[in-house]
Design a protein around this ligand. Sequence first.
Ligand SMILES: Cc1ncc(COP(=O)(O)O)c(C=O)c1O
Length: 357
Amino acid sequence: MGPRVQELESAFSERTGAPHALAVSSGTAALHLALLALGCGPGDEVVLPSLNFVAAANAVVRVGATPVFCDVLGAGDLNVDPADLAAAVGPRTKAFIVLHYAGFACDLAAVTELAAERGIAVIEDAAHGPGATWNGQALGTVGTVGCFSFFSNKNVPIGEGGMVVTSEEDVAERLRLLRSHGMTTLTWQRHQGHASAYDVIEAGFNYRLDEVRAALATLQLSRLADANAARLRHVLRYRELLDGRDGLSFPFDGEARLRTSAHHLAVVLLPHGVSRDGIRETLHGERIQTSVHYPPIHRFTAYAVSGGRRALPHTDDVADRILTLPLFPHMSSGDVDLVVDGLTRAVHAERSMSASN
Ligand SMILES: Cc1ncc(COP(=O)(O)O)c(C=O)c1O
């Protein structure tokens, strides 16, 4: 929490335009702190799409609040469906957590309008979004609080780390306090001998980022624009070679959306009726790693509540068809072609197998 953390926070603030940027130990820590700083706790509900990484829901549960899952728009747009978000709001709704899937902004106009009408806070899970914009604003800076992850596979990769941003002074103050045990003086002030005593005014955590990873993050941040541009090139090539062929399709369309996304993931939708596991196995045999973002949270044992669960038809429709292809800035166009060839062959094989069954 010395000069390198401060340098990173200033650089992140400058880059995103967020008045307050606080470095934290992970994206999960960012989400946990955001919920606590907004006063979410027992008796409150937090609405979030089920199609997200489980960290958001886990954080809601661990502050004592109840997650309420809402649907996504569908195969053409894997972000939150604003109409279903509105339908999930109840008298106890305290906050929304919205994901910008793969770095594509969700419908922030609709989300923030609904939130303002109903007095609900908006937490942006911007783990996929560094460098992406919506209406010219950095993702993560439109809602009440924005949460970023710097995990190894993210757009600003450092191992473990994250950032939480806000424009609200009082929220920033609570985030700062809770990040380091609720202590009234900072680690660095004490280290320098500027403060020898401290009080603890709220039970907090150690969610600090260290100097070494802060230095890495500042360097990675300086490379972000180039890295995101390379990601875009690869995504465009995937789309050019695969979109509309063999029943494959890509979520998110339009030149402006493609240009403003951070392209954290290259996700393709498989046609109905082919086995995703079979395709993944074939690709694995060719040393091509694929993944799934995400198994929807409502299907996990810990979240499979017995009664009163909301219907999530679009999430259930896309959940078994989404496939994440390899994507990283320094892959070559030859690498992309290799994946395209492998996937095309695997889909053909699966399709002829399902036709003969
Ligand atoms: C969308 C999303 N939210 C939250 C997280 C949690 O971030 P972290 O792994 O840094 O705790 C991740 C990454 O793993 C993520 O992809």
